[in-house]
Design a protein. Sequence first.
Lengths: 166, 263
Amino acid sequence: MDDGFAEYVAQRHLRLCRMAYLLARDWGTAEDLVQSALAKAWVAWRRIEGNPDPYVYRIIVNTHASWWRRRWRGEVPAESLPDRADPRDRAGEVDEQDALWSAIGTLSSRQRAVIVLHYFEGRTLTQVADIVGCSLGAVKSQLSRALTRLRVDPDIQTMQVERAQR
Amino acid sequence: MTYSTSDLERLLNERGEARAGGGPTAHLDIIIRRGRRIRRTRRAMVAGGALAVAVVAAGLVNALPAGAPRLDRSAVAQSPADSAQIKPAAKLPGSFHVVMGNKNFSLPLLHSERFTTTGAVRTVTFTPASYYTGYMVVCDDPRAWVVIQGKLKGGEAGGTSGRCAPLGGGHHDKSSAPADWLKRPQSVKVWVFPADAPVREVAQAVAGCPLTRKSKECDDEAAAHALMRPEVRERLSSEVGERPGGWTVGVYDRPSPASSAGS
């Protein structure tokens, strides 16, 4: 049984691993997630119509959520992100990125999935809703909460603009 | 510090690319081997499921008088195979016993529906036969969390929540049923969450896990109380997602003429 499965794996494996890494934040776990998802996709391969990506993404998101739940140890809210001494300092920029990366780590698995699917994979919110298996309204709500927690303001165009204003 | 969506996209791209040099290798043979193992497990479960159906047919599980149970096949098909379990379906009692002051009567089963996944809200619609309508949920895992919510007399939402056993359920009477109770089909919403769902943690994070009169800490009682709040359920649903787990909801109605209930 193949029907393009091997080709799909060859073409998409790296991208899927990157997406899974952003969810799991660990390359070993990400590779295991993708391997597990592709194994499940292989079982259903002949029943998948059209682009297999949404199906595989869904498996990755659900599998990650179930693994994450087993390790759930309470919410770690990002009450405050470290302030920067000099916003033009390169070290400061790295710190800012680290702070944002750390804040992403405090999101719930579902919120993180919404962020990654929308901002990394470029999926529309409707597609995200289909992948994570909830309503469009719920996805919008999760996205809004996640952005608030990350202190990401969709109205700001770039970090550089803000830095120039300071 | 406030970030833009461009900052977020750039960060995700940079972090996602970080290991591109020594990128992960796809082991097709291992993937297919795992796939074959999953398929074998599923086939074994289908065989077990057929046995369970035979048990139902033999009448060892509930007889459901009002229509066939609706199985959520699509959700089950999407659920991870390695998390599915074979358990006997929980048994719904044939009648719901009500004690109201000096009144003491039983309500026969009017309608029931069986579901095979947890973590999502289910709406059960039925046509009441009297003002005395009871609900009961039984779960394959009695430690699962259940919330039953329906409309009260003033149109406000009311219901009950807690561990599946000994939650039992609840019932209406003339004083609590909405005015249009007998005029049109009615519905109740039921949420069932897995026994290991982080109910206390979510109740604490979202609502501060307000204590009840009986609870001195964020225990099952306080967590169950918090589950009545929609924001807690919404958060919990998003945390838990849909998972395999069987449960049955029963709607009981119209006391038999021989009972001691008033009209």
